[in-house]
Ligand binder design. Structure first.
Ligand code: SAH
Length: 238
C-alpha cells in the first residue's frame, strides 16, 4: 500500500493524526523539492518545504527522499518527473518497504502529485490518500474568518481568473478564493483599483515564520504576489 499523506499548509501541527502515524510507520518518505539555481555556476541545490514539515515532526532524516518537481508551465516536464518517481516508488514496494508520498496542504486539492496517485492506481497498485488541511482553510483560521456563512457560496479559482470574472462573481455575492495568485496579478490589481469597497484578505506563507496578512487594498495594489500566496475576496455586508 502506498500512502499519500497530506501535510497541511506549513505549520507541522496541522497534520492529521492519521497522516502523522503513516509518516512514523514509513521506511521511505518521498518529498517534492524545487531547484534553487546556483548563482556562482555550481550545482543547483534543492529546497523542500514538505521535507521541512516532515523533519519538524521528528521523522528521521534517513527516511526522507527528495524528488525534484520542475516548476515549469510545461506540464510535460513535471509528468516525466512523476513517471521517474513511480519507478522509485515501485522499487521501494518490491523491497517491501513502507513507502509514503507527501503533499503540502491537501493531496487532492490542486496537487500535481495526484498524477502519480492516478498512475499507480491505474497500474492496480494499492494506494490511499490521507486528507489534510488546505492552505485557504488554515489561512481563514489564522485571521479568525468565517469563510462562508449561512447560504453563501464559495468559489475557488486557480489564478486563471480575469478581472471581469472576479468582479462579477464577488458582486453576485460569492466568496472567492484565489489560489496561485502570482498567475493573475493584473486581474487582481484591476479588481482592487475599481472595487476598493470589497473586503480583501491576503495571505502569504501561511503557517510558516514568514507568514504575512494584508487587508488594505492600497497596500495590496503595490505588492507583487509570490507563489505561496492566496486571496479571499467578498462583498461587504449590507
Ligand atoms: N494542495 C495545496 C494547494 C497547492 S496549489 C492546498 O491544499 O492548499 C499551490 C497554491 O496553494 C499556491 O499558489 C498558493 O496559492 C496556495 N498555498 C499553498 N500553501 C500556502 C501557504 N502556506 N500560504 C499561502 N498560500 C499557500
Amino acid at each position: 500500500m502506498i500512502r499519500f499523506v497530506s501535510l497541511g499548509p506549513g505549520d507541522p501541527e496541522l497534520i492529521t493524526l492519521k497522516g502523522l502515524r503513516a509518516l512514523q510507520q514509513a521506511d521511505v518518505i518521498f518529498c517534492p523539492a524545487t531547484a534553487i539555481k546556483s548563482l556562482v555556476g555550481g550545482k543547483d541545490s534543492f529546497s523542500s518545504r514538505a521535507a521541512e514539515i516532515v523533519r519538524a515532526l521528528g521523522i528521521k532524516e534517513e527516511c526522507i527522499s527528495l524528488f525534484h518537481v520542475p516548476m515549469s508551465r510545461d506540464r510535460e516536464k513535471a509528468r516525466r518527473a512523476y513517471d521517474q518517481l513511480a519507478v522509485e516508488v515501485n522499487r521501494a514496494r518490491r523491497k517491501r518497504l513502507e513507502a509514503v508520498v507527501v503533499a503540502e496542504g491537501d493531496a487532492g486539492f490542486y496537487s500535481s502529485i495526484h498524477y502519480l496517485f492516478d498512475k499507480l492506481r491505474a497500474d492496480r497498485i494499492e494506494v490511499e490518500q490521507i486528507a489534510g488541511v488546505p492552505a485557504f482553510i488554515a489561512a481563514g483560521a489564522t485571521a479568525g474568518l468565517h469563510i462562508v456563512k449561512q447560504t453563501e457560496r464559495l468559489l475557488v479559482i486557480p489564478g486563471t481568473a480575469t478581472a471581469y470574472e472576479l468582479i462579477s462573481q464577488v458582486k453576485e455575492g460569492q466568496v472567492v478564493v484565489i489560489m496561485k495568485l502570482s498567475a493573475c496579478q493584473a486581474a487582481v490589481r484591476t479588481c482592487l483599483a475599481t472595487h476598493p469597497e470589497f473586503l480583501y484578505y491576503y495571505f502569504e506563507q501561511v503557517g510558516t515564520k514568514d507568514e504575512r496578512r494584508v487587508t488594505d487594498p492600497t497596500q495590496l495594489m503595490s505588492m507583487t504576489f509570490p507563489y505561496f500566496s492566496l486571496l479571499i475576496i467578498r462583498k461587504p455586508e449590507e
